[in-house]
Design a protein around this ligand. Structure first.
Ligand SMILES: CCCCCCCCCCCCC[C@H](O)CC(=O)SCCNC(=O)CCNC(=O)[C@H](O)C(C)(C)COP(=O)(O)OP(=O)(O)OC[C@H]1O[C@@H](n2cnc3c(N)ncnc32)[C@H](O)[C@@H]1OP(=O)(O)O
Length: 736
């Protein structure tokens, strides 16, 4: 039996024809473009198998335990490299007069799964995963997948897979009828057995293109509701909606016409800016794994230390999420609080989180094993931290307290232990100075809720060792998070860029806007949540405490300080005034909005706030003006981007993709725009610069609107593509 092998676990479908190995290998080695050669090889192989009367059945499998991760994503942005179409090859597989069996190991994703759908039988290893993730790349399954999958597993399940792009485990695939069988042992041998068994059986019923889409009693109503749901969840991203349209076509049109519709919709997406942005985001997320620091330390030479046991100090909101995250990753944890009262409160909350997580996981509570004290221990005794490999301190943002804890840790923990601080802004070097081992101190900025959010900002200090950075990055991977290595400055990357954005949002209120108008503009842009709703969710008192600590408000503010100025720059006391009026956000039902009850989630515009804003403007002689959506977006987004250029110029991050990964994964920035810096590149840097210049002239007392020198330089050299930006930083200004 000839065997077609889809090799190249990630990058492309390729093929070895075992009967003619040398010839096909040579073709692959010289092939340009590779995908075209792969398709050709598949076609040749199938035709050869069809013509050879000694061949009774065909099996398609992968190499090195992986079926296929689909089309080469890089090929989509390089028109010259686009090979022939995969769809006709899938049709060719299906029309084979000899049974074709797919043996799925590892992953079958995108074009890989579409190939499997063309096969007459599919057998999968129990650990395999399958999916059509094209939607996450701004595309739709363009090799006939939108038409075959609904015919195989029905419209609701197909729609779910295609519009979300989720990967499903083999067990679920079996339940859905996506695969015929799953095996624990050798998948290829099992596929060969199955192929031998089905030789001679009629293939008509196995050809998905000939099957009708299973009917639903209420198909119209189902599709109407699904359309609304998909649109709502897409938040401005085109691909989910077009995926939906392609699946709807399968329910309305004969197979061949459905395919034409799929192709049309695929072309619309392929040429859209969103697909380019999402594919950039895919590679950016992988690029940040290859970290480097100004001193030349990098991912390629630094080795992580093993983390067999960890400790978390502080069981407030962040600490609870971090403990949950560690337990989910199977790392034994010691959870420490200052006294029994806080410990018991923290323990209850952690247990609740873990129970909820266990419910969501396959296998339930046993998989997490969090009732076992060897896996999760609660204590008030610092001595139990003696032999952990890593400690994450997650107490509240107070430098003196953090230093006290690190001083203690430095005395108690074993010499090799990594000492991490979960801080969103504080100076890592100052914290490290309280220890005798600053090389082992590192910032790990988790995002709330810490067991859910994917981002982990990893901040190295002046003395942090390469191995400490590698260990923190390895930890991020183990926790299934995206670690991004950044330098030490106030607010690091994420919050530092957030300050000007929030500042502009509040200035807009002073000048005449309302929280709901600002939030709406930014949510329409694609943010998950606007700045005021976010501020209410996080609690206004958090920022208030921080500003008090910085001497910007509160009793330490020198008498006679002008209300709307600090250090000669414009300052808005609005958030402070709200706190002084006891408005802390959702927690007490009043903030920038009003809520149905304390802890309520439904934000309603508040007439009290509108009135308060009018009085405030009268008091300070500010003439209210109408502010349109364009100005809201430009002032908030471009000031954030401007700070991003400052971050790059100072060498705080080693490239724009770092900033973009941080914003997409930690701050709800819409992924289909690529992230703030990629978005700036698509708007065009000359336009960003011109707008910043305009707003800066109108608001000379706002330094963060003044265009950054690096942005100006990039415009002066002709607006180069984003991948070339860093090459324009002079050696002296770039620390990286
Ligand atoms: C088949 C011939 C195609 C001809 C092209 C002609 C186009 C016109 C015809 C349209 C036909 C449409 C066909 C189809 O519908 C479209 C697709 O198939 S789109 C691709 C869909 N697949 C995916 O989205 C899978 C993406 N990959 C992953 O999810 C993960 O990488 C993984 C496979 C689950 C593995 O995860 P990990 O083990 O964690 O490893 P990494 O993620 O770090 O990846 C390692 C390395 O591989 C690179 N890579 C992975 N997948 C692809 C890919 N599909 N194309 C290119 N490169 C890929 C990844 O970037 C990493 O490399 P690095 O960036 O670190 O250098």
């Amino acid at each position: 039996m000839p065997r077609f092998t889809l090799t190249g676990s990630h990058t492309s479908l390729s093929l070895d024809l075992f009967a003619d190995l040398h010839k096909v290998k040579a073709l692959l080695a010289s092939a340009e473009p590779v995908s075209g050669a792969v398709l050709q090889a598949l076609e040749d192989g199938l035709k050869k198998a069809g013509a050879d009367s000694s061949v009774k059945a065909v099996m398609i499998c992968g190499e090195n335990g992986k079926f296929s991760a689909g089309a080469d994503i890089r090929g989509f942005s390089a028109p010259k490299k686009r090979g022939g179409a995969l769809g006709p090859i899938v049709s060719l597989i299906e029309s084979s007069e000899k049974p074709v069996v797919a043996a799925i190991e590892g992953v079958a994703l995108g074009g890989g799964l579409e190939v499997a759908l063309g096969c007459h039988y599919r057998i999968a290893h129990a650990k395999a995963r399958m999916g059509l993730p094209e939607v996450t790349l701004g595309l739709l399954p363009g090799a006939e997948g939108t038409q075959r999958l609904p015919r195989l597993i029905g419209v609701p399940a197909a729609l779910d897979m295609i519009t979300t792009g989720k990967h499903i485990p083999a067990t679920e695939a079996l339940k859905l009828g996506l695969v015929d069988e799953i095996v624990e042992e050798n998948t290829i041998e099992a596929a060969i057995r199955l192929a031998n068994k089905v030789i001679g059986q009629p293939l008509g019923p196995r050809r998905l293109s000939l099957k009708p889409v299973p009917k639903l009693p209420n198909m119209e109503a189902f599709l109407r509701d699904a359309a609304v749901r998909v649109k709502r969840q897409a938040r401005g991203c085109l691909a989910p909606e077009l995926c939906f349209q392609a699946v709807r076509a399968a329910t309305e049109l004969p197979f061949a016409e459905g395919l034409r519709r799929e192709r049309e919709l695929f072309q619309v997406l392929l040429s859209s800016g969103q697909a380019r942005a999402l594919q950039y985001a895919f590679f950016a997320e992988r690029a940040v794994h290859r970290w480097a620091t100004p001193t030349g330390a990098s991912w390629s030479s630094a080795a992580p230390q093993p983390v067999r046991r960890a400790a978390v100090i502080g069981l407030g909101t962040m600490g609870r999420g971090i403990v949950t995250s560690l337990v989910k990753a199977n790392i034994p944890v010691v959870a420490l609080e200052q006294d029994l009262e806080y410990l018991n409160k923290g323990r209850k909350a952690v247990m609740l989180l873990l129970e909820r997580e266990a419910m969501k996981m396959e296998g339930g509570a046993q998989t997490l094993d969090f009732h076992n004290p060897a896996r999760l221990q609660f204590t008030v005794d610092f001595d139990l931290l003696r032999d952990v490999d890593l400690v994450i301190e997650a107490v509240f943002e107070n430098m003196a307290l953090k230093k006290e804890i690190f001083h203690k840790l430095s005395k108690i923990c074993k010499p090799g232990a990594l000492l991490c601080t979960n801080t969103s802004a504080l100076n890592i070097d100052e914290i490290a100075s309280a220890t005798s081992r600053p090389q082992q101190v590192i910032g790990t900025h988790f995002f709330s809720p810490a067991h859910v959010m994917r981002l982990l900002e990893i901040i190295y200090g002046r003395h942090t060792s390469p191995s400490a950075i590698a260990t923190a990055m390895q930890l991020a991977k183990t926790l299934k998070k995206v670690g991004v290595v950044v330098g030490n400055c106030f607010g690091f990357v994420g919050n530092r860029m957030m300050f000007p954005y929030v500042e502009q949002a509040v200035f807009l209120l002073e000048e005449g806007s309302r929280p709901e108008a600002v939030d709406q503009a930014l949510e329409d842009f694609g943010f998950k949540i606007g700045p005021f709703r976010m501020s209410d969710l996080a609690g206004l008192d958090v920022g208030w405490r921080s500003r008090q600590g910085q001497g910007l408000t509160g009793p330490s503010l020198p008498a006679g300080t002008p209300a709307r100025q600090r250090h000669g720059q414009r300052y808005s006391p609005l958030p402070d005034l709200l706190c002084e009026h006891g408005r802390f956000g959702q927690k007490n039902a009043k903030g920038w909005y009003q809520y149905e009850k304390a802890g309520g989630r439904t934000a309603t515009p508040d007439p009290w706030l509108h009135n308060f804003l009018s009085q405030y403007r009268d008091t300070h002689g500010i003439k209210t003006r109408f502010i349109d959506q364009e100005e809201i977006l430009e002032r908030c987004l471009f000031s954030l981007i401007n700070e991003g250029f400052a971050v790059l110029a100072e060498g705080i991050a080693s490239g724009p993709e770092h900033l973009d990964v941080i914003y997409v994964n930690g701050y709800g920035w819409p992924k289909h725009t690529g992230g703030p810096m990629f978005y700036a590149s698509t708007v065009g840097l000359p336009r960003v610069l011109a707008k910043l210049q305009k707003y800066s002239e109108a608001h000379p007392d706002v330094p963060r609107l003044r265009p950054n020198a690096f942005l100006k330089k990039l415009v002066a050299v002709g607006n180069p593509p984003i991948k070339e930006w860093m090459s324009y930083l002079s050696q002296q200004s770039a620390k990286l």
